[in-house]
Write a protein that binds this ligand. Structure first.
Ligand code: PTJ
Length: 294
């Protein structure tokens, strides 16, 4: 394992890469998991590598729903196991939820490895080994345990496949998804979409669930009712826009720009951005006409 110095400015990101790489080498994570991690990193970069307010709200709603559930299940894949296995075991304990291994690139060997890995992290009972093809899907993610995912009323899915997310919602389950990409089919389909990195989500949710445990149902429903998934997704996209506008402005004006005040761009600043946009467009058009003439 490569030693990563804590002082490195990108320590967290490099650590996650290392964990995923080790996951691939030990057979827990699929090779495709490397690509998924890369895509996640890109979106994390765009949202500022932090838990944005709307994601924190989604995490609160998610904990309330999982505590209200009769049969809550956390679905675990190879990336989640590599990055946050002990956190998942703690979260399942606090929420009194089941852990079920469910893989897109499923082999019995990988299910076994991930189950053992979760057990080593302290899990007492992990579902998934005896999953049957019960979901209406053409791939291996159609498998579910009868007393696990199949009969669950609330499901937490991590880095999910859009198809299965859709099928789970059609089975009248409440689906909570963690996905850094607010544009993905999963984010667009889930009831609660947490646009945040699982390495932040799981510790956050452990803390929130501990605080919420013992609250009466009425109070928990208040947290659920205060949440709107459309607004949360729109907010994540807005966050990306504001961050990008901030960088654009910095590049154009050479002055500091506070992305949080993105909405407060002065008319003069807006004009500068618009002029730059038009200039760039002209440049592209000119190049285009040169090509046509050639
Ligand atoms: O272990 P398996 O066989 O079940 O396979 C798991 C992967 C993740 C390979 C499989 O489900 C897959 O191919 O997923 P996708 O379609 O690449 O989707 C992964 C989504 O998760 C993408 O939208 C990423 O932006 C997002 N993502 C990646 N890393 C993280 C993440 N979201 C939150 N936290 C992350 N660390």
């Amino acid at each position: 394992m490569t030693e990563i110095p804590r002082s490195h400015p990108r320590y967290q990101s490099l650590l996650a890469r290392e964990l995923i790489t080790q996951g691939v080498l030990s057979g827990i994570t699929s090779k495709h998991g490397l690509i998924a991690q890369g895509r996640g990193e890109a979106f994390d970069y765009l949202i500022g590598e932090k838990t944005i307010d709307s994601a924190a709200h989604a995490e609160t709603c998610a904990c309330a729903l999982l505590l209200l559930a009769e049969n809550p299940v956390i679905s675990v894949n190879g990336n989640a196991a590599a990055l946050v296995s002990s956190g998942l075991v703690t979260l399942a304990e606090v929420l009194d939820a089941k852990l079920e291994v469910n893989l897109f690139h499923r082999t019995d060997e990988r299910v076994e490895l991930i189950t053992k890995y979760l057990e080593e992290a302290g899990a007492k009972h992990v579902l998934g080994r005896t999953a049957e093809p019960l979901l209406d899907l053409d791939h291996e993610r159609n498998r579910a345990e009868r007393d696990g995912l199949y009969s669950a009323d609330v499901v937490l899915v991590l880095l999910e496949d859009g198809d299965r997310c859709n099928v789970l919602t059609q089975m009248d389950k409440i689906v909570i998804a963690v996905d850094l990409n607010p544009l993905s089919r999963t984010s667009q389909t889930a009831h609660v979409s947490i646009v945040d990195n699982i390495v932040r989500v799981i510790p956050n949710m452990i803390e929130i669930a501990r605080e919420m445990k013992g609250m009466d149902d009425e109070k928990l429903w208040e947290f659920v009712d205060s949440f709107d998934n459309g607004i949360a997704l729109a907010d994540a996209i807005e966050e990306i826009k504001v961050n990008l506008t901030g960088v654009q402005y910095e590049l154009l004006s050479g002055t500091d720009f506070d992305p949080k005040k993105g909405h407060e761009i002065s008319d003069e600043q807006k004009r500068a951005l618009e002029e730059e946009r038009i200039r760039k467009k002209r440049e592209v058009l000119m190049k285009g006409s040169d090509l046509i003439l050639e």
